[in-house]
Design a protein around this ligand. Structure first.
Ligand code: ZN
Length: 353
């Protein structure tokens, strides 16, 4: 992973397709503290002179034009409008639908805007997705496609659902107290250590291993839906958080709607990764109830877990709307094999700004 991604202090501003190689991507990142942009193209990476503040490349220069003084993406400054839709109209847009399919559980009001423009004299198509979550976060994802490589909307599905969806899911996770989640993958591939005990074997998981939409899904890759769902979860959470989930079999989500009772949702995972577990609800530190959020038909267990997690951190009200009184149970209601006590305190945190 490039140095520019350490510690989750950066966010993905835009993914820009290489002008010479279709479906090869450069990522422009912004330092959350300073707003300083960086890129992972060779020109930026190897231009060492002048120090980091003077470094630039055609990608950071293009991104600079798309970011306003507050560091937010504002593509109205560039190119020519092709399409703009929000709310119900956006929900019929193929690119929005694909992103929702790739990242199920993200809830709120979606918007999409497409513009044409140029980067370094090459014609590009810019696609901006925005999600105003039910929990009050506004997140954006921006992708620039080389026009001659992508003449149809269909051909842009993978890039949009992958990069823009990723950026949005990451921002939602950050505001929910999980800044380490959603670190942008390294190009289309991430090289990482294998499982414990196989330390020298490196396996690569990247966007192409998790996409389940669009023409970039490689159906010949040998992954089952279950493996693809596990890859998605692992890549999205990142090694540290994924390891934490593997160790303690839950992650906690602090409630936004029920802040006054310091409510926590303990989103649990079956160690055997088979059945769905009920969400344990804590109020002011005390374990009070189990919520049953039913898994959709034929959905891999990892997908269900991520859907509930993303649902609670993005749109708590919508996620709870499926929990009728008949889905609220007394504590320990699904301890079928043995009684599972809680030893780790559930500590409520206010949402990050
Ligand atoms: Zn660059």
């Amino acid at each position: 992973m490039p140095r520019s991604l350490v510690n989750g202090n950066y966010h993905l501003v835009i993914a820009i397709e290489s002008a010479s190689r279709a479906n090869s991507w450069y990522r422009v990142l912004a330092d959350r503290q300073t707003g300083q942009l960086s890129c992972d193209c060779p020109a930026w990476t190897f231009r060492q002179n002048g120090g980091i503040t003077l470094r630039s490349c055609k990608h950071t220069q293009a991104a600079q034009l798309l970011v306003n003084a507050q560091g937010q993406v504002d593509i109205r400054r560039t190119g020519v409008l092709v399409e703009r839709a929000s709310g119900a109209a956006a929900n019929t847009n193929l690119l929005v639908q694909s992103t929702q399919q790739q990242w199920p559980g993200l809830g709120g009001k979606w918007s999409v805007e497409q513009r044409t423009g140029t980067i370094d004299h090459h014609p590009y198509r810019f696609v901006l997705l925005q999600l105003a979550t039910g929990n009050g976060t506004t997140a954006t994802g921006l992708v620039a496609f080389v026009q001659r490589f992508h003449t149809t909307t269909q051909s842009m599905i993978g890039g949009v659902a992958g990069w823009a969806g990723y950026a949005i899911a990451a921002e939602v996770a950050r505001t929910a107290g999980y800044p380490m989640a959603g670190q942008p993958p390294d190009h289309f591939k991430v090289t990482r250590r294998g499982e414990a005990g196989t330390t020298d074997r490196r396996r690569r998981i990247g966007l192409s291993d998790i996409l389940r939409v669009g023409d970039q899904v490689d159906l010949g890759d040998g992954y089952t839906p279950t493996q693809r769902a596990e890859n998605t979860l692992r890549l999205f959470l990142g090694e540290e958080l994924y390891t934490q989930l593997e160790r303690q079999h839950f992650l906690d989500v602090s409630s936004v709607c029920y802040a006054s009772e310091k409510r926590i949702y303990r989103v649990r995972r079956d160690p055997a990764k088979q059945r769905e577990r009920r969400v344990r609800v804590f109020k002011k530190g005390y374990y009070s109830n189990d919520f049953c959020i039913v898994r959709g038909q034929n959905v891999p267990e990892a997908d269900h877990w991520l859907t509930v997690f993303l649902g609670l951190i993005s749109d708590e009200e919508q996620t709870l709307s499926v929990v009728g009184t008949y889905n609220v149970f007394d504590p320990h209601s699904d301890d079928y094999i043995q009684r599972e006590e809680e030893h780790i305190p559930a500590i409520w945190h206010p949402r990050a700004s």
